[in-house]
Design a protein around this ligand. Structure first.
Ligand code: HEM
Length: 402
């Protein structure tokens, strides 16, 4: 029997709880409560197709308040539906679509290569956060003074590193969101009143001049949330770079295989995205009365969909817990099987518009890490992943000596 209320067990094991409970009840769905609200939990590729049906589910009012007040912000694309969502999504696809972010990737990888040349010890996660902050702010036309890089990197990383916490870090994340919203709104206003003129076509200029479906400029607070919806997640790619470094550090056989077969890199990156703990689950509400398996779902019912377990669904992946890059050799790219950044279609579903730049940066950065780091001489450290945290980073944030 699933627990009456699953809030605490989900917090204790956020990635594995839904899949484990589904396995225990012998189904891909179970009913429970989250924060006392009745919720249907779903896992697996078939459930993904159901969850991404826009006629059945809405995102409006689904995300818990503690995430809206930290990770997402209020009024952004994540909570929109239908035509209004598609229109707003166009903003992100115009900026982040395939081939549009090569200059950003180059900037970030050049920063990583430079940092690896400096002698001394590096905490990789922290270094990546600073390097990606500088790269994305320069690319987006966001001015940063010489001393602001570290401060801005901390502010942006707190939005994703502390958002899922229930301790004091939740307060730290809320303060960071408050500061970040004000900082980004001022930037938007400075562009609109002409006191700051970023080159036309770059991210800050496009967000500041984006008009909604009625033709009106976005309110400054909403434009600020959308600007942060580009800066924050780009900095969050740092976690995937640390995960790629972790896979290199802990799998000497994989390093050798990548050196002898460069074509393996694509599969390596996809396997990091598939197996490492970043986003555990998503939530939506039924907009109509519906049914899944034996579960009747009334309109308004909360549904939690399992990302972690779906990326390891045995119906889609052979030996799903094994780290096996070659599985991507003949992979057909079904949009509901590999879903670390959401599933379905980028333009019409809520699938992440940052997926292309994430993959590009991971490919380029992994190549640099493979070539430039002596992986056999890591300082002593705890390389275990903190599976209770979001994202589940290595406990010592991966330390290197250069
Ligand atoms: C660390 C890498 C990233 C991960 C793990 C990630 C993950 C996700 C996930 C799980 C979703 C939700 C999908 C859904 O609700 O169905 C999402 C949506 C989103 N992501 Fe990412 N993302 C990453 C990078 C990026 C980047 C670089 C951007 C920059 C543009 C970005 C911007 C967004 C936006 C704006 C949405 C909301 C889209 C919508 O509601 O239509 N993400 N991402």
């Amino acid at each position: 029997m699933p627990p009456f209320d699953s809030t605490l067990p989900l917090r204790a094991d956020p990635y594995r709880f839904i899949r484990r409970t589904c396995d225990a009840v012998g189904s891909d769905a179970f009913e429970t409560r989250l924060m006392l609200e009745r919720t249907l939990c779903l896992t697996g590729v078939e459930a993904a197709r159901f969850f991404y049906d826009r006629d059945i589910f809405t995102r409006a009012g689904a995300a818990p308040r503690f995430l809206r007040r930290t990770l997402f912000g209020e009024g952004g694309v994540q909570g929109l539906d239908g035509a209004v969502h598609e229109h707003r999504k166009g903003l992100f696809l115009a900026l982040m679509g395939p081939g549009r972010t090569d200059a950003l990737t180059e900037r970030a990888v050049a920063g990583i290569a430079r940092r690896l040349e400096e002698p001394g010890e590096i905490v990789l996660q922290d270094a990546f956060e600073r390097i990606l902050t500088r790269a994305v702010c320069d690319w987006a036309g966001v001015p940063l003074g010489p001393h602001e890089k570290g401060e801005t990197a901390r502010m942006l990383s707190r939005l994703f590193e502390h958002a899922g916490s229930v301790d004091l870090r939740q307060v730290v994340a809320r303060i960071a969101r408050h500061r970040a919203d004000r900082w980004a709104a001022k930037l938007v206003e400075a562009v609109r009143d002409g006191t700051h003129s970023p080159p036309r076509g770059n991210a800050l200029a496009v967000v500041a001049s984006w008009r909604d479906t009625t033709g009106a400029l976005l309110p400054p607070k909403v434009a600020a949330v959308e600007l942060l919806n580009i800066l924050r997640p780009f900095v969050a790619i740092s976690a995937y770079l640390t995960f790629a470094a972790h896979a290199l550090a802990t799998r000497p056989e994989e390093r050798a295989a990548l050196r002898s077969d460069p074509d393996r890199l694509f599969g390596f990156v996809q396997e990091v995205r598939r197996t490492y703990p970043f986003f555990p689950a998503l939530v939506a509400r039924a907009r109509v009365r519906t049914v899944w398996r034996e579960h009747a779902i009334p309109a308004g019912r909360l549904v939690a969909f399992d990302i972690w377990g779906t990326n390891r669904d045995p119906a889609a992946w052979d030996d799903p817990d094994a780290f096996r890059p070659v599985r991507f050799r003949d992979w057909q790219g079904d949009p509901f099987t590999l879903i670390p950044q959401g599933g379905g279609a980028h333009a019409t579903n809520h699938r992440c518009p940052g997926e292309w730049v994430t993959e590009d940066l991971m490919l380029a950065a992994t190549r640099t890490l493979l070539d430039r780091v002596d992986w056999s001489a890591l300082p002593p450290q705890d390389l275990s992943l903190d599976m209770r945290d979001l994202p589940g980073l290595p406990r010592d944030r991966l330390r290197l000596s250069t």
